[in-house]
Write a protein that binds this ligand. Sequence first.
Ligand SMILES: [Zn+2]
Length: 491
Amino acid sequence: MTDDAGRIPRLKGHIVPVRTVQETNPEIEFADAYVVQIRQKCAAKVSKLIDSTYPKDPNRPFTHLRRFVKEVFLPEHLKIEINQRGTSSGSNDNENAEVPTIFALIQPPLPEISHLKALLAPFVPSSPQPSPLSATETEKETSAEPPSGQSLDKFFLTTTIPIYPPLSAAQADHWSKTLWPTGYNAAFARATIAPPPPLLSATETNIAVKAAEFLGLACRVAREAKVLKRGRGVGVVVVDPAIASLSHGSSAEQQQEEEEGGIVAVAGDARFCAPGIENPMEDNSSSSSSTGYNPNCEGGPECHAVMRVVEMIAIQRRNEGTPASEHGNLHNPALSPLESRYLYHPASTSSSSTEQQQPSSSSPSEPTDLTTTTRILPRSAGGYLCTDLDIYMTHEPCLSCSMGILLSRFRAVTFLRRGRLVTGGLASEPTSIATKAHQPTAGTRDNNYYGLFWRKELNWRAMCFEFVQDEDKEGEMHVEEGCEEPGEYHA
Ligand SMILES: [Zn+2]
């Protein structure tokens, strides 16, 4: 570690995209469905009847699946089956061969099969046919019983359907032939399941350049929180990637500016100096990995590093145009030295290269020039609170902070893989490293792997990366100096 004037050491390692829950749980990508052969002219009636009888799952509209399919378009296994059952329209032993039929899909949540059979019995090909002249009237008057037993069963089939839309036209084609006719919509296809590959790849390339530096700084912020006994050794750094990717001159000053360029704010955990905490270290200093959460000894999620950095940015934006010197008392807990330094450090590398001509010591009597007082864009510059910003973290954030990241609309979040926590909200699967370190023991709760960064249920999705440090390859759980050891606490 260096002193305040020195360079921040880069971590050694590389980033990898975190997979989404939909990518890591392929077993939930398919479901069973019923297929019912009905008279073609009853399709509209059957559609209405099914909709009014069986509730739909609004989270699974299955808009990529065809609701009614003609025999010629059925997947192979169903064609073979109806041939064996003798219900094919081309089959000679089908007494109803002259009745045009169509196949209806009954999607999950699946009704009781006996109930479905009773409901749709009047519409299968062998049921008594209404007179072509007055369909509804004749149907009411008919006394003939709809088919039952084996003569009914042969019109009910099952198939497997893909729960999620296909990711490509080729996949749609494959599913149409093997499962059920499936439509492909390029615009909708992958977005709810995982980041579109071109976007993910471009972001990964962009983030990979400086992730090691920003995470090095996050570790330093974490150490500060720990050393000053403000909180656990957890740190975050918020970066504006548009500024971070600008390149500047080669002088020492310019190099330092370049290294720090784009850093919007940093924050450490502050749960032990939260408002109202009387004896913070009483229970926590001795056992830093203690599992229990005691509200008398530590603040809640609002004192976690993520929530604090988001609040700093919110306060800055609210106080647009006010001199930085008047902001200090708005922060509770007060800012740490590193936090103040990065929040109020002149962002001289921000908008254009001509700014390099300005005097290096900016005067505090010029509060209207926001780039000299804060790195945070004013509200007038548009965007939501953290739109297009990236966040780098020493640990995997808790559920509350994970949601905070999404609600603030960050572009991407990157955390140290060795900072994975059982209480985390972002990972979607175990890693060999994480499992080695956290051998499940009796009484220890399992990680639920929420993968919150990209969930189709949520209205904002962020890309997520893990930084895998080189030492991880040997299975060694080295923790950066000052960073909190992984445990059952929340970060
Ligand atoms: Zn948290």
